[in-house]
Design a protein around this ligand. Sequence first.
Ligand code: GDP
Length: 477
Amino acid sequence: EGIVVSDLAQKMAVKVREVIKSLMKMGEMVREGDIIDQTTAALVIEEFGHNFIAVSDTQLEDDLQEAATEKQGNVQTRPPVVTIMGHVDHGKTSLLDKIRETKVASGEAGGITQHIGAYHVGTDRGVITFLDTPGHAAFTAMRSRGAQATDIVVIVVAADDGVMPQTEEAIDHARAAGTPIIIAMNKMDKDTTDPERVLNELSVKEIITDAWGGDTSLVKVSAKTGMGIDELLETISIQAEIMELTAPVDGAAQGVVIESRLDKGRGAVASLLVKKGTLKQGDLVLAGEFYGKVRAMTDENGERIKSAGPSIPVEILGLPDAPMAGSEFLVVSDEKKAREVADFRIARERERLLERQNKMRLENMFANMGSEAKTLNLILKTDVRGSLEALLSALDELSTDEVKVRVISSGVGAITESDVILAESSEAVLLGFNVRADNAGKRKADEAGLDIRYYSVIYGLIDDVKAAMSGMLAPEH
Ligand code: GDP
């Protein structure tokens, strides 16, 4: 555990310049954003006439976690949490709307549909929760923050359009997360459908559906007419049963922030998905770097509720600010500890960003990996299919017993925001061959501190990957 130089200065209430000067005297050349280790920090602290006390904040965090887990008690089956992904215009939103409409309208709830980032429906085989921010950006952003909120991914493929770039991306993202996939072949009401072609295209991505004797379930649906919706829900429930999803029901709640925003009138509004325990009104919640008492809690129908158990989404009021989507939340009993952990998290978040900026450079990839079997994850985008295929087969031959080269996602076109998010969450290196990053991709890469490598000669790319494999790549300037 280290500390950022400027944070250290702030904690001691001295100028950053003074701290840097003192470090220079010890022979450490640092800048204010650098992290110094604990031993060095201790020396500086003493130099400034303070006492150094090592407090392990992670320990504090673990204690909170443990205290929360202790009281959770018996474990029960919990509903699956599903994310719908797929190519634009293939019907993700329509499908989410149709499911909600057919399953909730028939119930007793008389409330008004609210968008809180997720909703749950009752079926004959049990409850299913859908995250209703479709698309893989949200899915992967959550995963990159360590929050695995999704149990099952439904990939929508329009039967009249087939597998498209974002369908392929969705498959890659779900695979990278190790999440089971169900294919919903949508728009079956149209007379221009070509199901065989879709099956064929899916098989190219190594998705062999049950229709072809494979193990990926495929359900034909129409988000327009409602055809196949019940079968889709049943297929999801069967998949969930196979997964034997369980969670403790009693005790302090833990879970993940699925959305949050600042509302002019109501303050911070956060949507939470409970993963364990039961969340109650009045609970003290620590969510990411913020904590506060749950003042009010509503469900996705805008109804006030008093408690929510595992896999149930709720919207809460009472946090002082909007935590990032994908942050974990935890109900705590000790306000003082909540504050300390919140402070610690703010500092840690900064450290993590800095660390990652260093680590994620291709030339550093291996230095950080230790001695276990090494895998170099790559994301490759090219200008045309031909060069993509040539590069993939060349990369395929590079793997050795010590180092595996794994292309976790590849495709034709610019490097997009979604590619960068996947790279971030999978610790992969981004390679562009005769393509650049688009604006959103570039912005995201800067933000995440990721380095994108561009090539126009096949051998140049292969040589760099080889050099990275042997830990000898020179940094790019
Ligand atoms: P998304 O971009 O994946 O969220 O796709 P949308 O749900 O916005 O759907 C794109 C378009 O396809 C809209 O015009 C929908 O009305 C239409 N659409 C979606 N599902 C179906 C379907 O099952 N049948 C037909 N005929 N049209 C559909």
